[in-house]
Design a binder for this molecule. Structure first.
Ligand code: HPA
Length: 235
């Protein structure tokens, strides 16, 4: 047991999917896993463990943003022996060349979070995906004919920017593909504990064209993304 997880030792698999949304965690387990059991319900941040193609896999909701995600990541890695993590989520596209429903494989995550800023000062830590998970996912996505983008993203602390439009221009100029709110924590904390991590995120809205995924397309793309993540673990 940890402050935010009531599961017993051994309740989580070494491989874990990390959606932000608890209802998505339940949907993933119901849709893709067999022999599912709930291992955590603290604060509604549901955790479930089951099997995929006979191998144990868990799903844990992380909530939104780096502070929430970091709590679950630290506890999963310190106390529950998690070894490989794939965040499955959505992101906002920063480049009109990429369309909604494209799947981003986040090679690296820049961030404006003080969680990393204060930890690494005077350095700016480069939080990167595990190369093995990334190259496996990229190969499987290509084979499956999925529209995929491999590139850098930004993990932002703000969803709403009171200054009227986050300053993404310079990030865009430097090749940043999309924005979301958790990956820099996933990659940094995985590195701290010697675990492997990758983020797979569908572009749900484009900040340049303002195109948005319809609810049906959102569900279909979620299916593709979770399938890709589970196939990556199984490969
Ligand atoms: N900002 C941050 N996170 C997101 C966005 C966004 O525009 N879209 C999907 N996740």
């Amino acid at each position: 047991m940890t402050p935010h997880i009531e599961a017993a030792a051994g309740d989580y698999a070494e491989d874990i999917l990390l959606p932000g949304d608890p209802s998505r965690a339940e949907w993933i387990a119901e849709t893709f896993l067999s022999d599912v059991r709930v291992v955590n319900r603290v604060r509604g941040a549901i955790g479930l463990t089951g099997t995929f193609q006979g191998r144990p896999v868990s799903v844990q909701a992380t909530g939104m943003g780096m502070p929430s995600a970091a709590i679950y990541l630290n506890e999963l890695l310190m106390e529950y022996g998690v070894k490989r993590m794939i965040r499955v989520g959505t992101c906002g596209g920063l480049n009109a060349d990429y369309r909604v429903r494209d799947i981003v494989l986040a090679q690296a995550a820049s961030t404006n979070s003080n969680q990393n800023g204060s930890l690494f000062a005077p350095y700016q830590y480069a939080s990167i995906a595990d190369f093995g998970l990334l190259s496996t996912a990229a190969g499987l996505a290509e084979k499956a004919g999925l529209r995929t983008v491999v590139g850098g993203i930004v993990t932002d602390d703000n969803f709403y920017d009171p200054m009227g439009g986050a300053p993404y221009e310079v990030l865009k100029q430097h090749g940043t593909v999309a924005v979301e709110m958790e990956t820099a924590a996933v990659y940094t904390i995985a590195a701290r504990y010697g675990a492997k991590a990758l983020t797979i995120a569908t572009i749900s809205d484009c900040l340049i064209t303002h195109e948005q995924l319809s609810p049906e397309a959102r569900q279909e793309s979620l299916f593709e993304m979770v399938q890709l993540a589970l196939d990556t673990f199984a490969a």
